[in-house]
Design a binder for this molecule. Sequence first.
Ligand code: COA
Ligand code: ZN
Length: 312
Amino acid sequence: MITDYSERLVVQEVSPRDGLQIEPVWVETADKVALIDQLSLAGFSRIEAGSFVSPKAIPALRDGDEVFRGIRRQPGVIYVALVPNLKGAERALAADADELNLVMSASQTHNRANMRMSCEQSLAAFADIVALAKGTSASLNASIATTFGCPFEGAIDEDRVLAIVEAYLKLGVTGISLADTTGMANPRQVDRLVRRVLTRMSANALTLHFHNTRGLGLCNVLAAYEAGARRFDASLGGLGGCPFAPGASGNICTEDLVNLCDEVGIPTGIDLAHLLQLSRTLPALLGHELPGQVVKAGRNCDLHPTPAGLFD
Ligand code: COA
Ligand code: ZN
């Protein structure tokens, strides 16, 4: 069956959060704000701009409050904040985040490593956050980390993922993300799970969050898109990873994803040339090369001069 590629794929840019959280160098607040302001001009409708977690757990993002206060918000862009608990939700609401992204892992072991809580404790905290957010304009998304596999526990039962989806929907969140925290997903698994989850919720509320840890990130995007998913997280330069998941590496790279979409004709509304320019500023900011490939190879349309004398 040939998939119709004419439906828009929504990219949520997560480099300011998932990207920077694992970086060992301190990125100044002003540089974070400048990065987000530039991303806001690239055509994204959603940007995960930071997290409100314990500064001891993630020192790199301890300035979330100042970052949210400092950014120049563009109309039509939703600025998302990741929160692990009630205290994080209070901070995110005080900083005027448009959406709170609550995170729990499908795996008990990863949830304890990452959040220092059982899944049951996380869900109880989420109920308090839902109550807190009621009456504010902030929307709620809830993520399931390690959906497609856990670096400690291995395979995750798909029925467990579905049960968490049900629990999230019962809580009253508007969006759900399925996160492949350490790049363990494969396209057949993605196809199966996305089709199952889409029997419970609409595609415009479901986000897929892939990491390219084993080189399957963009294969998984296409598999998910063909199964009906329309929203994807991606990170400029392919930055990112969870510091509490051994072997974690970068998210799928936004420029590479947008390039794929441009090549096969899936509309994203994102300006690839702008992204590539921005991605080229990252090595100087972070002090190392990044895994993104299109920024190194150029777009297909960036042609090289014909070697001299070839047709003489
Ligand atoms: N923001 C700021 N500070 C917070 C906080 C938040 N959201 N939640 C807790 N704290 C502070 C507490 O005030 C306390 O401070 P103190 O030591 O000065 O008294 C300290 O952190 C410990 O609080 P506690 O509730 O006991 O937390 P914990 O040590 O059990 O850690 C989490 C639990 C959830 C706060 C922590 O594991 C965390 O932030 N995890 C997020 C990890 C992450 O971002 N991973 C990547 C993204 S998926
Ligand atoms: Zn991630």
